[in-house]
Design a protein around this ligand. Structure first.
Ligand SMILES: Nc1ncnc2c1ncn2[C@@H]1O[C@H](COP(=O)(O)OP(=O)(O)OP(=O)(O)O)[C@@H](O)[C@H]1O
Ligand SMILES: [Mg+2]
Length: 438
């Protein structure tokens, strides 16, 4: 046996394991006797045996290594130990009869932490071993702290990046909101008079048509009077019957178009916090359910909706505006599902002071380059007439007004989840926004 472990250590001692390596059994015996009362001792009688011992349990915390050994000397063993990540950090103390400073230099250059010369003095061996064990413990602790710090810094950086992103988006929204409010205000006026003019025009046209009808009746009574010849040919040339019909169609379309513009302006106003509503303590689940009822027609043929409601407190909010958020998210989810798919609504508490509503779908997902733009007003991938691209920016504005945040995670081909986190009692609701109520 060229390798053995002595387990007899003094009770109560931290069981550091020391590997003693020497080809001379007498030297090994001496080392063992010195160390055994204090440490768990393993011994090896050759370089090869030492390397094997390092690879097996209990792994040594420190190695006392003889330099002069046949086949593989201490320098070679040390070089091999330093090659492997598992043994690189184990402190090695050379124990040798040689005491030339050249030898010491070579050993220390190779990475030995210390040098002991034979014949050994027990007190010195113990003192050096303890010193280097403590140094190693301190190094290990520092490494752990360091790793922890790096981890914390990483986490902090990530949180900071997220906050920065949210802030950038908020700032962008705020400036767009101002612009939108201005534009909405400017557009509102012309919409008003164009709408009213269209109404008046419809009335006038009806009057004109009834006058023409009266003329037509008069013409019928006059028979084939040449005086009406010009009117007759004009009527044919200009296809009066078609014109009459088409005017009604055109007016109808114009009114529809105007209604659409009015809706966009309304959305823009909502987005820019112009519209007024009352802050209330409301049940989110009730809001979700009633919103779901409203959009059910759009979803029922191609989506299954599963609800994953957790227990939630009532929150102070503008309920109708939050419903608008849920509606936009649900409609988007439904529109993202082309064939058949599932929408999942999950609610949960986030700590004591916030709740989260997540709306997930198994739809088309959002391409990474579009992901950063989905909250931008007028960003849409839907065909003209189908989407105005205001749904999410509106939602963003409302959630922000509640002091909450809205986040999106998406994978193309798999689906998308929008998570809305809302404080139970937003500061805005307590302070100025609550002012209108007496
Ligand atoms: N659940 C979703 N899955 C996939 N893409 C989505 C989803 N929600 C939003 N999007 C993408 O974000 C874009 C913007 O959404 P947003 O709701 O703001 O506008 P829109 O749905 O296009 O139009 P609008 O809501 O005004 O009718 C959509 O056109 C779509 O490309
Ligand atoms: Mg939408």
């Amino acid at each position: 046996m060229d390798e053995a472990t002595s387990e007899s250590i003094a009770p109560g001692r931290a069981a550091a394991t020391i590997l003693a390596v020497d080809d001379d059994p007498v030297n090994l015996g001496v080392l063992n006797a010195v160390l055994r009362p204090h440490f768990r001792v393993r011994v090896a009688r050759s370089g090869a045996a030492a390397l094997r011992a390092v690879d097996s349990e209990p792994r040594p915390d420190l190695i006392l290594l003889d330099v002069m050994m046949p086949e593989m000397d201490g320098y070679a063993v040390l070089a091999r130990l330093r090659e492997s990540p598992a043994s690189r950090d184990i402190p090695v103390i050379f124990v040798t009869a040689m005491d030339s400073s050249e030898d010491e230099k070579r050993g220390l250059e190779l990475g030995a932490v210390d040098y002991l010369t034979k014949p050994i003095t027990p007190a010195i061996v113990l003192a050096r071993v303890r010193t280097h064990l403590e140094a190693r413990q301190a190094r290990d602790m520092l490494k752990r702290f360091n790793a922890q710090l790096v981890h914390q810094v990483d986490q902090g950086t990530h949180a900071l990046e997220q906050a920065q992103l949210q802030l950038m988006q908020s700032e962008k929204m705020a400036s767009i909101g101002q612009l939108a409010a201005g534009v909405a205000h400017e557009i509102n006026n012309p919409i008003g008079f164009v709408g009213s003019n269209l109404g008046t025009l419809t009335g006038y046209l009806q009057d004109i048509f009834s006058i023409i009808a009266a003329y037509e009746r008069a013409e019928a009574l006059a028979g084939n009077d040449a005086a009406f010849e010009e009117a007759r040919s004009l009527r044919q040339k200009l296809d009066y019957d078609y014109l009459k019909e088409d005017i009604a169609g055109l007016l109808g379309e114009s009114k529809d178009g105007l209604a659409r513009v009015r809706k966009i302006v309304q959305d823009l106003k909502g987005f820019s916090h112009v519209s007024d509503t009352v802050w209330e303590w409301a049940d989110i689940h009730q809001g979700l359910d009633s919103t779901l009822n409203m959009v059910w027609n759009e979803l029922k043929y191609h989506c299954t909706v599963s609800k994953n409601y957790g227990p939630l407190p009532k929150i102070r909010c503008l309920p109708s505006q939050l419903n608008q958020v849920f509606m936009n998210l649900l409609v988007n989810a439904g529109q993202a599902i082309a064939d058949k798919g599932e929408i999942t609504i999950t609610t949960e508490c986030v700590g004591d002071a916030a709740v989260r509503v997540s709306i997930g779908d198994t739809g088309a997902g959002i391409a990474p380059e579009a992901l950063a733009r989905v909250f931008d007003p007028f960003f849409t991938t839907k065909p003209v007439g189908k989407g105005t691209g205001l749904g999410l920016s509106l939602a963003w504005g409302i959630v922000e007004r509640h002091g909450g945040k809205i986040e999106v995670a998406s994978e193309v081909g798999k689906g998308t989840t929008f998570a809305v986190t809302l404080p139970v009692e937003p500061r805005e609701a307590v302070a100025p926004a609550a002012a209108p109520s007496p």
